[in-house]
Design a binder for this molecule. Sequence first.
Ligand code: DOR
Length: 470
Amino acid sequence: MAPTQAEGKTLLIHEGRLLDPSQGLDAVGSLLFKDGRIEWWGQGEPPVKPNAVISVPGLVVCPGFIDLHCHLREPGFEDKETIATGTRAAARGGFTTVCSMANTRPTVDSRATVELVLHKARTEGSVRVLPVACVTQGQQGKQLAEFGELAEAGAVAYSDDGRPVADARLLRHALEYARALGRPVLEHCEDPALAAGGVMNESALAHRLGLKGMPAAAEEAAVARDIALAELTGAHVHIQHVSTAGAVELVRREQQSRRVGTVTAEATPHHLMLTEALVLGPKGGDITAALGPGAYDANAKVNPPLRAQADVEALRQALAEGVIQAIATDHAPHTLADKLCEFDQAASGISGLETAFGLVMGLVHASVLDLPTLVARLTSGPARIIERGLADQGLSGLGSLRVGAPADVTVFDPNAEWTVDPGQFASKGKNTPLAGWRLKGRVMATIVGGGIAYAAPGLAVQKAVEVAGA
Ligand code: DOR
């Protein structure tokens, strides 16, 4: 965890634009933290004299971002990422809480592995880590993991992400257990037979490039099945990284009819902002330079694949409407060697924690979303999806600036422009197709439990002052 606030100490975030969609708050004011919790917010003088002040005029102060979907790779794949590097990347990206996926080695399917992740996060992490445990043992799709034991150890949800749960009967039973424990099953929706061998979106472009595609139907068939199972069991199915217009439509129709069960969805910044055309590559960056001009950009290889413009439009519309409740990064760091090879052979995934906010701010600058809606999809939206898990960890109120909530806050400048340089990432994963891109919207500070997990160069030095005599 980030250095948390010492007992009895207070920190004032002074005069920013306080933006908290969970309570309809959007006003200039200050925010006081004490003992790791939000003590007060309002205008004028705080009720007690603070020990320290960070002045944030002109900046937005909102609840800390919550990422429902990221790969921290530890244990087992420390060459790609560790809990230390991944959570540092999260802090730089404005995320105060990340849900770590279970496709590690060993997979997170036992009490011991959940505890290991939590221990590492406590001792080496910069932000909160909430483990997501496997649906099936070893993610093999054969036998269910021990759901009760995993929840007790601290898992907030279940997912075999990286691969689908192909056996519908097994998933039905998983949903029955998850429902009893008040937790969602996070589903990587992909019909394995339909998607087999695909390395990009199935489209005219894929045919031209001679690359095997994954059809939209592979995702949509799985989403339709999962919706049917949510209704059958009354459980909560959360659709991960939704990427096609058809999948969005299935979720929308289900939410409108709302028979039984709950169906929620997340979209990634890359599926909201990029299309399959990026497979053609380069906008700069070391890896693409090394591959040589004209090569396909393996940094744009991701699963589900980047889709067509019409899909991007449908996702944006659904995000604005609230059919998609959360933006989740699917941060998937890989080594250079994993990507520096033929497109067919390259690993799937984008290192996304540090570019997520700047990228999705493009939706606000293009007037697709207003700022409060964007912030809601990064804060209260994801918090609701894992509500019960948060409550079980004593983290109720996360995703809001309510008095008494954990003192997790993100401070950002919506208009600051910057250039993506993977060489500067805290993440070990430099795999992004965005190298060299100019983004508008920058995280300035990330505060976890009242402690500063990240401050942009300049901010803390110039503006965080110890108050004399306090
Ligand atoms: O592109 C992806 N990479 N999609 C996934 O579902 C898994 C992830 C990974 O683990 O690298």
